[in-house]
Design a protein around this ligand. Sequence first.
Ligand SMILES: Cc1ncc(COP(=O)(O)O)c(C=O)c1O
Length: 433
Amino acid sequence: MTEETHPLAQSLNQELDANGSALLRMLSEKGKKAYFPSRGILGQSAEAKDSAINATIGTAFEEDGSPLCLECLEDLVKIPSTAYLYTPSYGLPGLRETWREMIVCKNPSLAGKCFSMPVVTNALTHGLSVASYLFVDPGDRIILPDLFWDNYELLFEAAYGGTLTTFPMFDNGHFNVAGLDRLLQSPGERKLVVLNFPNNPTGYTATEDDAIAIRAALLKAAESGKRVVTILDDAYFGLVYEPEVSRESLFTDLADLHPNLLAVKLDGPTKEDYVWGFRVGFITFGAKGANAAQYKALEAKSAGIVRGSISNVSSIGQHLLQKAYRQTEYADQKKAKYEILRRRYTRIKEILAGHPEYSASFEPMPFNSGYFMCVKPKGADPEAVRKLLLAKHNTGVIVLSGLIRLAFSSVPLEKLDTLFSNLHNAIRELQKA
Ligand SMILES: Cc1ncc(COP(=O)(O)O)c(C=O)c1O
């Protein structure tokens, strides 16, 4: 900590440092300086909220005191006019509570465990950015598998100066826990880990066995005295299609694993509830032994970072979601959409099993969940395959880390057979060229 640390940040830091907790020593230098400006405009507005004349806040009200909004917009979306106002930097209180309850409902083993309230972020990308602000110092190494969402480079490296340090994601068709373990055991007292299940790009989620081994590797590092911040990118949570795959987030295991381990969960409705453009997400913390005041301090720092970057998240998206989560049809409709993706997944498994000749042109990477699957082309350059697919087969795919990623989330069931035969034919053409 330096002299410039704001007194409010200092008091949050004292909280995080109390009771011999390792939490303060897990933060980046920027994270130590982060605070929520509870005594500025926001604090003064809060104090005045019941005044007969309230001239504190920069929103506008009609002569009758209702929020001032344009009728042409009101006609477009049927939401209460209060949804036109700002939400707190922490997010809409009711939505935060609902999302926390939903996390427990979707992860029953979390029941009774202690973890923070979620703070609303501008969807997961921004949540990852808030986490980087809190935990990544320039030069920090961030441990993760070698197959990752490419935006991590912009987030962790370009924006916060960290270095992505990877291990091969798969070993013999399973998550390479030994690779993770090796990097956790490397020198350094503070370890930052990013795990993303279901994974983009591979569509792989840790099986129950993988999850036990991952937990053991993280625990070993924490027990040896390392402070381990584990960032869980749960963007595709819930979209798992095989019985042996973990149904719950790793957060359930990690939130009360060891005082030296802080689990940071990034999740949200973007992919789960198919609202990519709403830009609503959540950041939630869990560490063994952390008390309510320490969770409040982490929430305050996160909300302060939200305040200092985007001020607060789209109110309209939060209000719509809050309403949707209370609708009785929500669960059934969500299940129906899940079934659409699961049927495509099952069809791909059938296609691969029904076409042994495809093994001459590509090898599918392990996949069991999510929006995507990847193949490794044989004897052909992935970029050349992509270009040929576009030019000759009217088919678009993505090339990432030497693999071809197929987003079955966006391909109708009836086109999947053609997608794979086009892929096979394009690779065969290039092999012969
Ligand atoms: C692994 C992963 N994390 C996060 C995100 C970003 O999600 P959001 O749109 O909520 O920012 C994506 C989007 O593609 C993703 O694939």
